[in-house]
Design a protein. Structure first.
Length: 146
């Protein structure tokens, strides 16, 4: 199994298990994408969360971590936040089932590169995280300082 595939396995598993869970409420401070097709909004939220996860994983020692959430994994979290905001779970499940995660990985890496970071150089992600938090961007609102 490739490293990229294994990175997505846990969130995918969490999403599948979430289909059996009772309804949940949206976490405070979550910035959901608005406007556009459901697929595009879900993709933007997943990319935002995956960027934040990459930064938090690399920068925990520098005091950057993910803001608390009742949901684990980017895919599960994005889906549950959108369901809590009123989106149809069946429609989101269909989006998930047809989604190209290679494109998502490319979007995450492209976003980080556009901000001067690289997953191959984890130390480069910490200044990106600091800037995101300072700007209050979508990624920055998902991150927090310890």
């Amino acid at each position: 199994m490739s490293r990229r595939a294994s990175y997505l396995l846990v969130p995918v598993s969490a999403l599948l298990l979430a289909g059996c869970a009772a309804g949940t409420t949206m976490s405070s401070g979550a910035a959901l994408p608005s406007g556009g097709a459901l697929e595009d909004r879900w993709e933007r939220r997943v990319v935002t969360l995956l960027v934040a996860e990459r930064i938090a994983d690399a920068c925990y020692g520098q005091g950057i971590t993910m803001a608390p959430s009742p949901y684990g994994g980017a895919v599960h979290r994005a889906t549950e936040e959108m369901v809590a905001a009123g989106e149809d779970r069946a429609a989101l499940d269909a989006v998930f089932a047809s989604h190209d995660f290679n494109g998502t990985t490319a979007a995450v890496e492209g976003y980080l590169a556009s901000r001067g970071g690289s997953v191959e150089a984890p130390q480069s992600l910490c200044p990106v995280g600091e800037a995101e938090i300072a700007e209050g961007s979508d990624v920055g609102r998902v991150l927090t300082r310890l």
